[in-house]
Design a binder for this molecule. Structure first.
Ligand SMILES: *Cc1c(COP(=O)(O)O)cnc(C)c1O
Length: 457
């Protein structure tokens, strides 16, 4: 065992150290080599050492270098070394972090991590919280608590009696709601399409004055951190309006909520603490390994009422927090350990620095691309940059060439009808040098096409 785990740690360290000098995307050859995995299921056992050898030899090169410093796709933080190390140790513990009485260590560490999260994100200290797989499940979890609370006010127990015959719930979402939020609504029986869509401004921010009086019981789903522009809904104003209507306000802050931990960005998320529930991702801007999402609910009892189960074989202690009373899952790994480790290591100032530094890099990308004559489609307030290299075809071509060249990786999107390349900076590992190196390649590729365009004109 010692040899196997030691060797594997060496593979992992060598992999991470090699990220700087390899292409970000896996090469065609590495992808073709994946067929080496495509063998018949073995009948006999083999030495685990050989299994890990194969995994490293074929699997490592076929990975996308998301853990590296120049992956600017999706919203992907790398793993801080302290988070990865804590993840390794917690995996060795292999705690089924369900009940305090059975796994007190991880249950307690998660409790501390939750308290710190509420503190660093400036959310109400009395919130209940849950460690889940990602923002999709965090949206689901928080909205399940919402569904419970607002139907209970109408004298309806949704967990016991379901939605058939229940008072209808009005759900308002932004026109720019993330598709995963709509999916969560679908899973909850509230309907992906059975929603009132609130119009947005040019940056994708919900327009609060467009929220009409909603029939109770009602939920308003807002967003801080639009996945394209990074824009944040004016949540403070929305919460004030919702309060008058007696509506529950949920915030999808998958990455944007972390701005509330950074003094220079906090104005963007002003008023978030007024909401009823929140969803965010630790595997995005907190830079813990996938997967780790977080749900917070102001009324802890509503979250518990939606999630807790009891069974005679599950020993509980009524005076201790059982993680499974707050999560959709029963058996689960102790995700909170990595979160605790990052917060313990970075502290308030370290997290603020991580958030502010990555936003600074996004602004630098935007400034240089604009100076070179390209169009930035969004106000770069957070860590997202949308750049157009002229028409859709040229922009697609630049993205494809950039991905093939391999110095960095950016994806594409369509923002309000315009095709754009998305640059999202979320990793602790990104440095000034990474940004300069990436900019040089982006500009070299873009200039090639754009000077050709000028020649044709
Ligand atoms: C990423 C993202 C999600 C989905 O998060 P997962 O962790 O992939 O489930 C939801 N909402 C927003 C705004 C996001 O950026």
């Amino acid at each position: 065992m010692r040899k196997l785990l030691g060797t594997t740690a060496e593979y992992a360290i060598r992999y991470l150290e090699g990220l700087d000098t390899r292409k970000v995307a896996p090469t065609a050859e590495a992808i073709a080599n994946l067929t080496q995995f495509d063998e018949p299921l073995p009948n006999e056992s083999v030495d685990p050492k050989l299994v890990l050898q194969l995994l490293d030899k074929v699997g490592s090169p076929a990975s996308m270098a998301m853990a590296g410093s120049r992956f600017f796709g999706m919203v992907t933080g790398g793993s801080l070394p302290v988070a990865l190390a804590a993840n390794w140790l917690a995996a060795a513990w292999d705690q089924n972090s369900v009940l305090y009485r059975v796994t007190p260590g991880t249950a307690f560490v998660e409790q501390v991590a939750l308290r710190w999260l509420l503190d660093i994100l400036h959310l109400p200290a009395q919130c209940g919280g849950a460690f889940v797989t990602g923002a999709t499940m965090a949206n689901f979890t928080a909205l399940a608590a919402a569904r419970h609370a607002i139907l209970q006010q109408e004298g309806w127990n949704v967990e016991a009696d379901g939605l058939f015959g229940a008072p209808p719930i009005t759900v308002a979402v932004s026109e720019e709601a993330h598709p995963s939020l709509l999916k969560a609504l679908g899973l909850l029986g509230l309907g992906r399409s059975r929603v009132i869509k609130i119009p947005v401004d040019k940056q994708g921010r919900m327009r609060p004055e467009a929220i009409q009086l909603l029939t109770r019981p009602a939920i308003i789903c807002t967003q801080v951190g639009n996945v394209n522009t990074g824009a944040c809904d004016p949540v403070g104003e929305i919460c004030d309006r919702a309060k008058v209507m007696g509506a529950w306000v949920h915030i999808d802050g998958a990455f944007g909520l972390w701005a509330n931990a950074a003094p220079s960005l906090k104005h963007l998320t002003a008023g978030v603490e007024k909401a009823n529930s929140w969803a965010t991702d630790a595997h995005k801007w907190l830079n813990v390994p996938h997967d780790c999402g977080l749900a917070f609910v102001r009324d802890e009892w509503a979250l518990q009422a939606a999630m807790a189960i009891t069974a005679d074989y599950l020993p509980t202690l009524s005076n201790q927090r059982n993680p499974s009373d707050y999560t959709p899952e029963l058996s689960r790994r102790a995700r909170g350990v990595e979160v605790w480790a990052v917060l313990r290591s970075l502290g308030r100032s370290g997290l603020a620095d991580l958030i502010e530094r990555t936003c600074h890099y996004a602004r630098h990308f935007a400034k240089e691309l604009k100076a070179a004559g390209y169009t930035i489609l969004n106000d770069v307030e957070l860590n997202q940059v949308l750049v157009s290299f002229g028409n859709a075809e040229t922009t697609h071509q630049v993205i494809a060439d950039l991905q093939a060249e391999g110095t960095c990786w950016c994806g594409g999107t369509v923002w309000q009808g315009q095709t754009a390349m998305r640059i999202c900076v979320s990793s602790w590992a990104t440095t000034d040098a990474d940004v300069e190196k990436s900019l040089a390649v982006i500009l070299r590729i873009a200039n090639k096409y754009c000077s050709r365009q000028y020649q044709a004109a």
